[in-house]
Ligand binder design. Structure first.
Ligand code: AQP
Length: 350
């Protein structure tokens, strides 16, 4: 056989990527620009697992009826935004039992002090009455560590605020590997490039969030009608400088946020964006253009979303395909964990 043929490089296995999103409210523009759009754009290059993390959402009180609706609605948004079931495994976390099992197994090797030191927990604990807070809120990062480690994910795309939790997942993986032998790939957080953080339109000093999406003027929701989007953008907080250019000045963060949204959607450079507004007459023109690009970006998503929500059986079928793939990967992994710890597996030979 021709040596050069024999040595021809095999295609490199695709990197596995895992990311999650909570069904904790209406999906907003920040979720789309900071996370979902990137997942869609890169789905051809990777081996993709995207998890609707309903078990994470219940760490704070949720209305059962709303939660069921939000979970399916989020799934419909993900497919409508372009995640292709042939390329991306989209599934509901609670459909894949290894997630809750891995959480318990990892709980037993995670020192409680590690969890009490997590910034997000400390922030939440400061604002909540400890007598009412769920244990789940403290344990949230262990469940997340399980989500990641079960899939041997090479990359975990997260926002800056979740970086500490991915670092904790690394510590837990290393501790488990030390105690029981090499079991887990130690994951890397991948933080999307700056500019993908969308701020609240009513208050550009805090990030746009699903849980505030019902507050008037805070967010553009992906399923908002064009008129509603126009109204929200017109109401967006700006400043009195009347200057349309990027700036680090916190006083000008409202305009910066609008320009950032325009930049991410159009894919233009900062210079090109500023040129687009060189002859604008004021913030009215800026808001009109930003509203228009958002509306045309979201229109096809809204149409596909409506069709999927009209066919829940099809939506559930797509989710069960994703869950089957997820179980095929995570099931053997959780069995490996149990075996290493010393649990007897069902059907184990004596
Ligand atoms: N404002 C934002 N700008 C850019 N990215 C954002 N993400 C969230 N808000 C923004 C990204 O969306 C993904 C899913 O996040 P999540 O559901 O796990 O929870 P989150 O980050 O806490 O999102 P929300 O909208 O703020 O939800 P609630 O209100 O429930 O806490 C993540 O990749 C996140 O970075």
């Amino acid at each position: 056989m021709n040596q050069s043929v024999a040595h021809e490089a095999k295609p490199k296995p695709r990197k596995r990527v895992l990311s999650g999103i909570q069904p904790s409210g209406d999906v907003q523009l920040g979720n789309y620009l900071g996370a979902i759009k990137g997942w869609v754009d890169r789905q051809d290059e990777k081996d993709n697992f995207f998890c609707i993390v309903d078990l994470h959402a219940i760490t704070v009180p949720q209305d059962p009826h709303e939660l069921r609706h939000q979970t399916r609605s989020l799934a419909a948004i993900l497919f409508a935004a372009g995640l292709d079931p042939a390329k991306s495994n989209v599934f509901i976390q609670s459909h894949v039992p290894p997630h809750a099992e891995a959480c318990w197994l990892l709980n037993c090797v995670t020192p409680i002090g590690w969890l009490e030191r997590m910034t997000q927990f400390k922030d939440k604990a400061r604002n909540e009455n400890r007598e009412r807070m769920s244990t789940g809120l403290l344990d949230y990062p262990v469940l997340m560590a399980g989500d990641i480690l079960l899939y041997s994910a090479d990359e975990v795309p997260v926002g800056e605020d979740q970086k500490q939790h991915v670092e904790l997942a690394r510590d837990i993986a290393e501790r488990f590997n030390r105690l029981f032998g090499d079991t887990f790939v130690v994951p890397e957080p991948v933080i999307p490039e700056a500019g993908a953080r969308v701020m609240g339109l009513d208050d550009p000093s805090r990030k746009m969030s699903k849980s505030f999406a019902d507050i008037r003027g805070h967010a553009v929701r992906l399923i908002d009608e064009p008129k509603e989007i126009e109204r929200t953008i017109n109401r967006a907080v700006t400043d009195s400088y009347n200057e349309i250019r990027f700036s680090d000045d916190p006083e000008r963060s409202g305009v910066n946020n609008l320009l950032g949204i325009y930049k991410v959607i159009t894919g233009k450079t900062a210079e090109e964006v500023e040129n687009d507004f060189a002859s604008a007459r004021g913030y009215g023109d800026l808001k009109r253009s930003v509203g228009e690009v958002i509306i045309s970006e979201l229109a096809p998503i809204r149409a596909r979303y409506a069709r999927l929500m009209d066919d829940i059986a099809e939506l559930d079928r797509l989710l069960s395909l994703g869950a089957a793939q997820a179980i095929a990967v995570s099931g053997p992994k959780v069995d490996e964990m149990k075996e290493r710890i010393g649990l007897v597996l069902q059907g184990d030979e004596l």
